[in-house]
Design a protein around this ligand. Structure first.
Ligand SMILES: Cc1cc2nc3c(=O)[nH]c(=O)nc-3n(C[C@H](O)[C@H](O)[C@H](O)COP(=O)(O)O)c2cc1C
Length: 197
């Protein structure tokens, strides 16, 4: 056992010298956050108090484009593993459930089901006028959702909207209600709207 531990220590020390103790510090220059993008990143935050004022269709279009639209050079606004582009964004807007088609910039009516019982684990959720539910192929759904929800955060930060990504949801209930297949998972829910005054 002792020999094994010694060997392990030697090997990890040789193979991963940077992981051994002994601090070497590289003091970085202050980040230059004067550009428009850096200022937006600086402003990003979660918001949990919403006005019931609806989002216009234009704003919704902008939000969804940022999340998973098609950009001016024919690519998605987020990278996707193996270019699968298999993220699904369900949108609760005007009391209906829609599925965003980011290639055609269209919302397709998906369901009349009331999904709010699967989402309202926190009271503020009921106030928000728009809800995004992220789902997709098991392998990359987490990563794809993260890219999309961060873009929505940045759009919100730039445009005076409030948003928060939420994992406190009933994923199994949503999976069934959205009739997803076994290779798909529900990842997160994101509220977006105007901040409460
Ligand atoms: C994967 C993930 C799950 C989260 N789930 C919830 C949630 O269920 N409810 C909530 O209010 N916030 C949730 N958040 C938001 C975090 O609480 C928030 O990002 C964190 O407190 C930092 O605050 P900030 O976003 O304002 O910097 C989640 C964030 C992430 C990344």
């Amino acid at each position: 056992m002792k020999k094994f531990l010694l060997n392990t220590a030697l090997v990890s020390g040789l193979m991963f010298p940077c992981l051994t103790a002994g601090a070497e510090e590289l003091a970085l220059p202050q980040p230059d956050n004067t550009s428009a993008l850096m200022k937006i990143i600086d402003a990003r935050q979660s918001g949990r108090a919403y006005s019931t004022k609806p989002l216009s269709e234009q704003e919704l279009s902008n939000v969804l484009w940022a999340a998973f639209g098609t950009n001016s050079h024919g690519k998605r606004t987020i990278p996707t593993g193996r270019n699968l582009q298999d993220l699904k964004i369900f949108v609760i807007y005007n009391d209906k459930v829609w599925l965003y088609d980011g290639k055609n910039n269209v919302l397709n009516k998906y369901s009349d089901a009331d999904l709010m019982p699967y989402l309202t684990t926190q009271d503020f959720v009921k106030q928000a006028p728009v809800h995004l539910i992220y789902a997709g192929g098991k392998k990359y759904a987490e990563a794809h959702s993260g890219s999309a929800y961060e873009n929505v955060y940045l759009y919100a930060a730039e445009n005076g909207l409030a948003t928060v990504i939420r994992g406190l949801i009933d994923r199994d209930g949503l999976h069934k209600a959205l009739n997803l297949n076994d290779d798909e998972v529900v990842t997160y829910h994101q509220t977006i709207g105007y901040p409460a005054e």
